[in-house]
Design a protein around this ligand. Sequence first.
Ligand code: TRP
Length: 347
Amino acid sequence: MSKTGRILTGHRPTGPRHIGHLVGTLENWRDLQDQYECFFLVADLHVLTTDYEHSDRIQENTMETVFDWLAAGIDPEKSTLILQSAAPQHSQLSLLLSMLVSVARLERVPTYKEQVQQLGLTPSMGLLTYPLLQVADILLYRADAVPVGEDQLPHIELAREVARRFNQLYGEYFPEPEALLSHVPRLPGIDNRTMHTSYGNNILLKDTPEETRRKVMQMYTDPTRLRTTDPGHVDGNPVFTYLDIFDPDKAGVQALKERYTAGRVGDVEVKQYLAGVLNDYLAPLRERRARFATRPNEVREMLRLGTMRAQVDAQETMEAVMQQMGLSGGLNLNRIPAGQAASGAFC
Ligand code: TRP
């Protein structure tokens, strides 16, 4: 099947991936691989924008992230995996594009404003230009589409603006990338807040079946229900949100909901059932993950080859962009006509 366009997307390697990443993004990426030419970026430079004082985990987290991607079905035979810090073109393009964007424009990006409030620190230049580095990630491969969550939409909007501005000033070159929003509901954490790496309320793809069961047994359910015989609520009850997503037996879930609402089944039984459903769902992933995690050198090699392959495209973009912006780049220097190549004159 011929592929209909090019996709670039990625994650910051902040730690192992959880089941919210799986159903929210990774399964979507996995399916997109057959339709699009896909580039998946491990955005490790982006981690430094907030964690530069605690950067000792980035390499380990990079590997964990890639193990989880591969476990979820990201396939290096179909797609290209890129390590951002190993391809200098990302930083180079970010610098060139920074000429086209005002400081005020970056200060208005909502994710930046939120981060500054949360961190309560004096923001660094790196944090301010975070979205611009992301723009460079996307435009470097002239991606047509970027699958992202809603929180990332302002960054895609910036990418479109920068592409337009570049094209106006220097001639058509970049496609305006479209955001591809995935429509999977956000998975709540086991405490019913948003599932988040830093909240300790997640279930990781790397968790064992026992860890998974233990976390499920701690799950928040219906706080208004004190006894098994009390009628329970299924809406907004994360145990049922999970069952809706992970249990292939829809009729079974429906029957269980009816018993729960009627006060004819206890929380413990429902959680035991969910733990089994989740463990079945995750079993093939865990098997794949174990195969990769026990061979880190092969995975590193996969990442190296992907990054090298990506750099052929990245370098082509850099040469074109430099030329169009009036710089020489590598081209003019490589184009010294035969016969005029450095003689002995400078020796
Ligand atoms: N900012 C993205 C996130 O936090 C990660 C990212 C970096 C990204 N570069 C990208 C996503 C390019 C899509 C395209 O999730």
